[in-house]
Structure formats: structure tokens, C-alpha cells
Design a protein. Structure first.
Length: 314
């Protein structure tokens, strides 16, 4: 079987090794089949050896494997090409620890590709293997918060679609690193919108583009008010923390129990409280999770520093 090949520039050709579907898009896992041995390679390899953080900047050229995110509905991308380019250009300029770097944005035969480094896995795959120890869950949360905090403080960006699938993992010999992904696609902020996009049309446009987020990780206010605050990401973090420790989310998955109703009616909050007590989790952990997922956004953590401090104390 002949594998599909993609050429992103005049030098580097990639072969599609795998395709992963999800949400509005698909991710292509690409192996490089040409483009090695450029004259600048020895210099840059030496430079990256002394400064590992540079590796992500040049990894489109020097990694044997990359990932390319594209969209299922390419007609929708074409109708809003300028907006997507602007959004992804915000992401490509984010150079923050614990965030997945967007390397390049290209259109090939009218299809958009957002090129990223390849990571070994994502948090969803690890959750499916079973529950996490408290120390492991705390380590993951603190790594993720570092990326969210710095991105929010430097750029004022709220993720809006934080979930295990968007937390990528790089398994290395000596340690494991976690990276928050999908910034450009999840973040349509009012201040980044083109002038031609009217305020009145923004809610329906966000709903069309992002689906607002991923239902089980969305805070109650987002179904009522389309404005976004960092406390919405705090809510998602609390849900992920709960899921890491208990192996599932605090919902009643019985037939006839729509998740959206459980979120809007705040049923999830009482289920979470009950399950945390039933599993005899430490009161400090219970307090952190419940404060993160509180139905009233004003009662959640309003800064990441206090959240990290309380997680450390757990």
C-alpha cells in the first residue's frame, strides 16, 4: 500500500504514518522521508545541544516525526481563512513552557495544516490505563497550570477547551513532560477578531468554530454567557484533577440524564462532593477540587498562584 506523502516546502517531504480523528479536526502523524543533511544542520544541532529549548523552534526540520492538525470541514476553513490564519498566528507566537509549540501554518491545495512537534501520547490515553496516585496527579496539574498561567499573564489568552486530549505528553528517558495544546483553535477572543466580525455575531461564530468546548469540562456559565474568563479553565482543571484521581468524571451517565442539564443544574457538583467523600480522599484535595468546579465562578480560584499553592499543600 502506497502511503500518502506531503511536502510542506521545497526541501522537506513527509509520509503519513497515522491519522487520528477527533472533534472538528484530524491529526496526521508524519515521518520525514527527505530533507536531511542541509549545510546549516551541524551548526544548529550544536546550538540546540547547548540550549534544548531551541529544539522546538527548529523541530520541523530536525525531528524525524511531526504532527499536522487539519480540519474535517475544509469548506468552513476556506470561508474563514483570514480569521484562522490570524488565530493560528497568535498561537505560533506563544513561546511558553509547558505549551505545545505551533511550528508552521501552511495551506496546501486549499487545505490548512497546523504543524506541531510530535509527542508520544496524550493524557486521555494515560487515564484509560487507570487511576493516578495523588503525587502523580499533582505533578501533572502543576505542569499544566504553568503553561496556562504564563500564557494568560503574557498574552491574556484563556484556553476554553482544556481536556485530557489537549494535554500532550513527551516521554523521555529521565522524565516526562506535559504540554497544553490547541491554543490557536480554541481561542477566539473578542480582542483578536477582525473588525468585520460584528460583536453581535460572535457568539454564534464561536459556537460554530469551537463547539464552545468539550461538554464534560465546560463550566455552567458558558452555557448562559459566551464571555470567557480564566475561571472557566480553572473549572476544567478541577474536572481533570477529579478524573485523574477517580478514573471518571462526576456525572450520572444513566440514559435520560443529559450532561448539559447536570452542568446547568449543578448536579455534577453534588455528585463530585459525594464521591470524593466516599473514596476518603484527603479534605485538602476535596477542597481544592470543589473550589475549582464551584458552580459560582466568583467562588473558584481567580489566580493560578493560589491554586498551585493549595495543590502543593495537598
Amino acid at each position: 500500500m502506497i502511503k500518502e506523502k506531503i511536502k510542506f516546502d521545497d526541501f522537506h517531504e513527509y509520509e503519513v504514518a497515522d491519522v487520528k480523528e477527533g472533534g472538528m479536526g484530524r491529526v496526521l502523524i508524519l515521518n520525514r522521508v527527505s530533507g536531511t543533511g542541509t549545510s546549516t544542520e551541524p551548526f544548529l544541532e550544536a546550538l540546540m545541544k547547548n540550549n534544548p529549548r531551541l529544539a522546538d523552534k527548529y523541530s520541523l526540520i530536525y525531528r524525524e516525526k511531526v504532527a499536522a492538525k487539519t480540519f474535517k470541514d475544509n469548506a468552513f476553513v476556506q470561508r474563514n481563512k483570514a480569521l484562522f490564519e490570524r488565530e493560528l498566528n497568535i498561537w505560533i507566537n506563544i513561546d511558553v513552557i509547558n505549551t505545545a509549540k505551533l511550528l508552521k501554518i501552511v495551506f496546501i491545495q486549499d487545505r490548512l495544516y497546523a504543524l506541531m512537534p510530535f509527542y508520544n501520547g496524550n493524557l486521555r490515553e494515560e487515564i484509560e490505563q487507570g487511576r493516578f496516585a495523588i503525587s502523580e496527579a499533582k505533578f501533572i496539574l502543576i505542569n499544566v497550570i504553568r503553561g496556562l498561567c504564563e500564557t494568560f499573564e503574557k498574552h491574556g489568552i484563556v484556553h476554553q477547551d482544556l481536556k485530557p486530549e489537549n494535554i500532550l505528553i513527551d516521554f523521555e528517558k529521565d522524565h516526562t513532560r506535559f504540554f497544553v495544546s490547541d491554543w490557536g483553535i480554541a481561542n477566539l477572543q473578542r480582542r483578536y477578531c477582525p473588525d468585520v466580525l460584528l460583536k453581535d455575531s460572535l457568539p454564534s461564530f464561536v459556537d460554530t468554530m469551537t463547539g464552545l468546548g468539550t461538554l464534560p469540562y465546560m463550566s455552567p456559565e458558558r452555557f448562559i454567557d459566551y464571555s470567557t474568563h480564566m475561571t472557566a479553565d480553572v473549572f476544567s482543571l478541577g474536572m481533570i484533577f477529579f478524573e485523574l484521581l477517580l478514573g471518571h468524571l462526576p456525572y450520572d451517565f444513566s440514559p435520560g440524564k443529559p450532561l448539559i442539564s447536570q452542568i446547568i443544574d449543578h448536579d455534577y457538583f453534588y455528585i463530585a462532593d459525594h464521591l470524593l467523600q466516599r473514596h476518603n480522599l484527603d479534605e485538602k484535595i476535596r477542597s481544592v477540587i470543589l473550589k475549582c468546579i464551584h458552580p459560582d465562578m466568583s467562588k473558584r480560584y481567580t489566580d493560578y498562584e493560589n491554586l498551585v499553592f493549595d495543590i502543593y499543600k495537598c
